[in-house]
Design a protein around this ligand. Structure first.
Ligand SMILES: Cc1cc2nc3c(=O)[nH]c(=O)nc-3n(C[C@H](O)[C@H](O)[C@H](O)COP(=O)(O)OP(=O)(O)OC[C@H]3O[C@@H](n4cnc5c(N)ncnc54)[C@H](O)[C@@H]3O)c2cc1C
Length: 387
């Protein structure tokens, strides 16, 4: 068992940390409040190779794995810049296209994902289906060689800054007549694709959208993979990277909040010469949150290591547990940090309450804590499914 990062991973961590600190949480908040995006940070991270760490070198990436991408997600978040689109574009879209796309799709999309010049977002959630992906109602029909996509998606992140969206739809299986999932790479300016921005109570430079697909016409090669049989494995291919990287973002956010609070409580004095951090009522909740964040990091490391070793089933269990642990730890850490800062905790200046919405959402998306508990109850504890 090895808890050490490789020297290359250590260097990556230090370099990403330096980049994150160069921009910092003030930059993230400023962009969010102005309703603009963290374009400068994204582009610089792309130029430096951090967005493509998990993409093969032949497509301009770093040739690493999800361990490396998790480092990027965690360190940017630990610097106060939790970028959700890292989870969507390099983690989900690049993995799906690399593992299940055609040669042509890999050549067309991976270099742009690697250098950050292209973003591909991900659309699975639907208003009627919610957590129940078996109820997906977006349908893809054949029209000659083309595909026509019709349906609705909700809460889709980053559609306004992406060139393409990876849409999960259903097609009719010619053998059984049943609907089976298929993934399509849809240009965000495709005729028939409409979007409207959702007002969310999350302070973030990244936005969520409702998507309307009304007979969106796509060429045959928009389908991910050589045939419809690629659909289900392609969909599952994105899940472990998604859970592991979103967990890393949560752990980084937790570290950021605890660091802000610890600096403050070590120096703030309201009872004579002693800092407020001397009082265990202040220090213990922070220490408790730090333990929870560190435990989550351990699980993230395990999940990423298993995933990169190709042990997908074990990575599935560990990735879900890591996502659960990190989601809870991040929410606890930010809430505890706000409390430890007192009134300052609610100010924009101290940069902690600005993360309350994001960490709350991290217990719901991209998979809710309840659905993870269902997964663990069924697949680890052998319980019957209740739904
Ligand atoms: C900030 C943000 C960004 C997002 N970005 C994207 C994106 O880019 N792409 C995308 O496709 N989706 C995205 N989503 C959607 C997200 O994945 C869903 O919100 C999430 O999967 C939950 O689905 P739902 O909101 O429909 O909740 P519902 O399914 O309606 O569930 C509501 C509540 O009931 C609970 N529940 C439901 N079923 C069960 C059950 N069987 N047992 C126990 N509890 C249950 C849930 O856990 C939840 O607490 C995003 C959401 C947010 C908040």
């Amino acid at each position: 068992m090895n808890f050490d990062l490789t020297p290359e991973q250590d260097q990556l961590r230090d370099a990403v940390r330096a980049l994150g600190r160069k921009y910092g949480h003030g930059y993230f908040v400023e962009k969010a409040k102005a309703g603009t995006h963290t374009t400068e940070l994204w582009q610089e991270a792309g130029r430096l190779g951090y967005l493509g760490v998990n993409i093969p070198t032949e497509y301009g990436g770093g040739g690493g794995g999800i361990t490396e991408l998790a480092i990027v997600c965690e360190e940017l978040a630990a610097a106060g810049c939790p970028l959700l689109l890292l989870v969507v574009s390099p983690a989900i879209a690049a993995t799906v296209i690399n593992k299940h796309g055609t040669d042509e799709q890999r050549k067309r999309h991976l270099p742009g994902l690697a250098d950050g010049s292209q973003k591909i977002v991900f659309a699975i959630t639907e208003p009627e289906a919610g957590s129940n992906f078996h109820r997906l109602g977006t349908v893809a029909r054949r029209d000659g060689d083309d595909w026509l996509l019709t349906g609705r998606k909700c809460y889709i992140s980053g559609v306004d800054e992406a060139g393409h969206v990876l849409v999960v739809a259903r097609t009719e299986d010619s053998a059984t007549g049943k609907l089976k999932p298929a993934l399509f790479i849809v240009p965000t300016d495709a005729p028939g694709l409409g979007k409207s921005k959702l007002d969310m109570e999350i302070l973030s430079p990244e936005n969520q959208f409702l998507l309307y697909l009304d007979d969106v016409r796509l060429p045959a090669d928009a389908l991910v993979g050589e045939s419809l049989d690629a659909g289900l494995p392609a969909l599952f291919a994105g899940l472990n990277p998604e859970r592991i990287t979103v967990a890393a973002m949560g752990a980084g956010t937790g570290r950021y909040a605890i660091e802000r609070a610890s600096e403050y409580t070590a120096t703030r004095k309201v009872w004579g010469g002693r800092s407020i951090g001397t009082h265990q009522g202040v220090a213990h909740p922070l220490a408790h949150a730090a333990v929870q964040v560190e435990l989550a990091r351990l699980m993230i490391h395990k999940a990423a290591t298993l995933y990169d070793a190709g042990r997908d089933l074990e990575a599935g269990v560990a990735g879900n547990m890591a996502k659960y642990a990190a989601g809870e730890a991040a929410a606890l850490a930010v809430d505890t940090a706000v409390q430890a800062l007192g009134g300052a905790g609610m100010t924009t200046e101290y940069g902690v309450a600005t993360l309350l919405g994001a960490v709350r959402a991290g217990r719901i998306a991209p998979v809710s804590r309840e659905m993870i508990l269902n997964f663990v109850a069924q697949h680890v504890l052998g319980q019957d499914k209740s739904y």
